[in-house]
Every structure is written in structure tokens, then in C-alpha cells.
Design a protein around this ligand. Structure first.
Ligand code: SME
Length: 150
């Protein structure tokens, strides 16, 4: 599954008819369609010089959380830790921002450009504890590809 998706992501990155926002949108759509337990897929990016994240392209239910301060929620923690954050059960997290009551688990992987943490990919799942190291490696690959067009 991830091998096929990697090929699709690579093709989107190389598609000269799309600008970078359209490419990220297409990647969100492709991931959400391609993985049964990826229910919400989106990118957040550092908002200029502010210590906050701003929502970028996403697929899934609209969220109120278009701005997330550094340190807040899973996303805000990854902005500071620079490390993947896999949450098998969101209800077990104190520092968590709920977007939808159907969400059971979440994975956030930072996106580095020239070694700097400039954003992240965030995935919500309605399935409990679905994420493995394969998801982490795959999403690291996706972010490395996206970094090339930013
Ligand atoms: N749950 C995230 C907030 C973003 S929504 O999942 C889209 C968090 O705790 O940071």
C-alpha cells in the first residue's frame, strides 16, 4: 500500500500543471483516499515569525483549529519537540485539542526544510491505535517530498 502511495506522491510533486498548494491538496486527498484509517489529513505550517501554526491544505471535516499556538495540543507540541508524535488513544492525552468527537487516534510528523522544522503533516483516525512505524516512515517520505517544493 505505502509503496504505491509513494509513487503517487512522487508523481504529484513532479506534476508541472499544479502549484505547490495544489500539490499539497492533491497529496492530502490521495492519502485520505488511499489509507482506510486516514480520516483527516492536513498540513500545518509555522505562521511567519509567530510562535504558532497555521492550517494549510487539508482533506476531511473543516476544523475550527486553523491557528494552533506552539506547545498547545499534539500539533503545538511537535512544533517544539521536532519529533514524530504517535497518539494511539487521544482520550489518554491531557494536552490535546479535539477537532471531532469521532477521532480516536492521531499522528503528527514534523516537516523539515534545510534542517528547520517549518510545519507538519497531521492525520486523525476514527480507528483506535492504527499507526505503526510504517506510517511514520511513509509520512517522513511525504514530508521530504513536500519540502522540495517549498
Ligand atoms: N488534534 C490536534 C489539533 C488539530 S486537529 O486534529 C485537525 C492537536 O491536538 O494538536
Amino acid at each position: 500500500m505505502f509503496a504505491v502511495l509513494k509513487t503517487k506522491v512522487k508523481a504529484i510533486i513532479q506534476d508541472t500543471s499544479l502549484d505547490s498548494t495544489e500539490k499539497m491538496q492533491s497529496i492530502c486527498d490521495t492519502l485520505q483516499n488511499g489509507v482506510s484509517y486516514y480520516d483527516w489529513v492536513g498540513f500545518y505550517f509555522k505562521n511567519g515569525d509567530k510562535r504558532e501554526l497555521k492550517l494549510g491544505p487539508y482533506t476531511g471535516e473543516p476544523t475550527d483549529h486553523t491557528i494552533i499556538p506552539f506547545g498547545k495540543g499534539i500539533c503545538g507540541q511537535v512544533a517544539e519537540s521536532n519529533q514524530n508524535f504517535v497518539v494511539p488513544d487521544v482520550q489518554a492525552q491531557d494536552n490535546y485539542i479535539a477537532c471531532s468527537i469521532t477521532v480516536k487516534s492521531e499522528i503528527v510528523v514534523p516537516l523539515f526544510k534545510n534542517g528547520e522544522n517549518i510545519g507538519q503533516i497531521d492525520i486523525d483516525s476514527n480507528t483506535p491505535d492504527p499507526f505503526t512505524e510504517e506510517d511514520e516512515r511513509f509520512l517522513e517520505y511525504v514530508n521530504a517530498q513536500v519540502a522540495q517544493i517549498l
